[in-house]
Each structure stands twice: as C-alpha cells, then as structure tokens.
Ligand binder design. Structure first.
Ligand SMILES: O=C(O)CCC(=O)C(=O)O
Ligand SMILES: [Fe+2]
Length: 322
C-alpha cells in the first residue's frame, strides 16, 4: 500500500472552482448543506425524466399507478415480512403505521440520468470534502413517499447513516448522503428531519433527539448533502400527493458498500454517462482491492501483480500450484 494508490488531488480546488465554499461552511457547521438547482447545474428536464422513470417503476413493482398530486391510485399493503421478522412487537409499541413509503433500488443500472446524477461534479465535490478522499457509491435508491400521518413514528426515525461504524468517530465521514429532491420539499411535504450540528456529537442520536430536529426544506431540483454522522429522519407527509427523492449514498474507500456494485452492475453501462472514467472510479469497478487475480493491469500500474522474471526467460504467468 502506498500513497499513490489513492486518488490524490487537491480537494479544496474542486470546491473553489465550483464556488461551493458557502455549502462547505454549512456542512461544517450543520452537518448538512442544501444546494439550489442553479448551483448544481442540473436542469429541470433531467428532474422530470427521473420522476417519470421512477413513477413508471413504482407502478411496475406495486401494480398501482402513481400521481405526484394524488399519490397511489390503489391502497398498498406489505407482503408477509421476510426472514422471520416479527412486526407484532413493533405494532404493539405503536412503531408501525400504514404503508406510505417504499424504496426503488440499484438505480445506477436502470438509466443514464441516474448515472449522471451519481457523478454530478457539485455532489461529488461536497461528498469528497466530507471524506477527504474520492468517495465511492454505496447505493443509489429512490424514496417513494405519500400522504400519511405515521411516517417514521414519534422519533421521526432519527439515525446516523454511519451507525455501523465502530466508535469513536472523528470529523471524517465514513458515509455521506447526496439526496436529490425530485419534488418540492417542505416540512408538510414530508421533508428530511435533521439535528443541526449533530455530526459533531460523533455518535448515535439519544432517544429525545427528535425535539431538536428541524426540516431540511428545499425546492424541487435541490441537492441535500449530509455527513454520515448527522442525525436525521423524516417528517410524515401531511399534504396530499407525493414526495420523491433520489438518495445517492457514498462510502469512504475503507468502508463496505451497501450494494454489491462490482458484481451487480453491467460495466458496459458505465460508458453511457457524462464521464465514463469517473463513473468507473466512483463505482469502484477498477479498484485495487479486493483483488480477484494477481494479473490485474490496474494493480500493475502501482507495482503490484508485477513480478520479476529470470533473464532470458518469458515473463511470469499465473499457474496452479502443485
Ligand atoms: O427521507 C427519508 O425518508 C429518510 C432518508 C434517509 O434516512 C437516508 O436517505 O439515509
Ligand atoms: Fe438515513
């Protein structure tokens, strides 16, 4: 392992070139920054396309049509819980409500608009700032949510995304979330709830943290970036209609991704996006570890999988050991 193995470039330069200093300050102070559409450079056509694709996918999966103004046309219910999960205890504790939300997953594989948003330069520069290294994609999901009084229940589902990382945590993020608001995003619309400055508590939220939570309010097309230690959840949606978000979740290279992108993503699709080389890096497609073969050209660049051979004899080939 040597320093060259890591993507090395001046992170502050990307932030300055893109004029993102004010958002970095928000991230530092609050653990969350809200970036308006005119700064991300993403036009409303892209947001419209993403909405249409996700509504069609939601219909495919559930069998009900969806309308942004009115929500699902049919009442939805969960199937029997998988893996012996018992909802009974949660129900008894008042922690389960009506179905008003589900996720659409693995969106990098589904359409170019999602791949382009994963490598949006503004999103990447801010996420990179929180990790002090080039981030990788952990998962790309959409939250499909509609009107309903329960939401995540009394405590707003407050959590830190990097909660599986052993403590103590420091200022460097192990996970960072870049959420694209595909619909207007106010408290009554079911916005993200968060506790400003909680990323500097370096731990999981206490039981009463929801008393300090405020709404991350933003117009459609905005980007919300938050540090993996920031306590967050969501308000229930009081208004009729739907809240649609795209949650691109990144990880520090020392952390496992949520989605097995290397095996699940068809690498040919990486060429169909704004910057194929960058997407391959962010998806970890050519990353040096874990390695599957010692004849890996990427690794050879860094002096690994590169063996000396006896003068006058052919170069090394991998053979079974006998
Ligand atoms: O918006 C929500 O429902 C919560 C989202 C969340 O927890 C996340 O994206 O990590
Ligand atoms: Fe979360």
């Amino acid at each position: 392992m040597n320093a060259n193995q890591h993507h090395v470039h001046n992170i502050s330069t990307s932030v300055r070139n893109l004029g993102l200093e004010a958002f970095v300050l928000q991230l530092e102070l609050d653990g969350l920054a809200i970036v308006p559409p005119q700064v991300t450079g993403v036009c409303m056509d892209v947001i419209d396309t993403a909405v249409q694709l996700l509504l069609a996918d939601a219909e495919n999966i559930t069998g009900s049509t969806f309308d942004l103004q009115t929500g699902p046309a049919q009442e939805l219910e969960w199937p029997a819980p998988p893996f012996g999960l018992h909802l009974g205890d949660l129900e008894a504790a008042g922690e389960v409500g009506e179905v008003t939300q589900f996720q659409l997953q693995s969106l990098a594989s589904r359409h170019r608009v999602f791949r382009d948003l994963i490598i949006n330069p503004v999103a990447l520069a801010l996420v990179e700032h929180t990790m002090a290294t080039q981030p990788r994609l952990s998962s790309s999901n959409a939250f499909v949510k509609w009107q309903g009084a329960f939401g995540y229940g009394r405590n707003l589902g407050l959590h830190s995304d990097q909660l599986h990382v052993p403590m103590p945590w420091g200022p460097t993020a192990f996970n960072t979330n870049a959420t694209w608001c595909l619909t207007d995003y106010a408290k009554e619309d079911g916005a993200l709830a968060f506790v400003p400055g909680s990323h500097r508590e370096f731990g999981r939220p206490p039981a009463d943290a929801h008393r300090r939570a405020i709404a991350a309010e933003a117009p459609r097309g905005s980007l919300i970036v938050f540090h993996g230690a920031t306590w967050h959840g969501a308000f229930h949606r009081e208004n009729p209609g739907m809240r649609l978000t795209l949650s691109n979740y990144y990880h520090h290279p020392c952390i496992q991704p949520q989605e097995d992108i290397r095996h699940g993503f068809d690498s040919g699709l990486a060429d169909d996006c704004d910057d194929p080389e960058l997407l391959k890096q962010v998806l970890g497609l050519n990353s040096l570890s874990p390695y599957a073969t010692t004849d890996n050209t990427e690794r050879v660049k860094y002096g690994m999988g590169w063996f000396p051979h006896t003068k006058g004899k052919p170069a090394h080939r991998i053979k079974p050991l006998t």
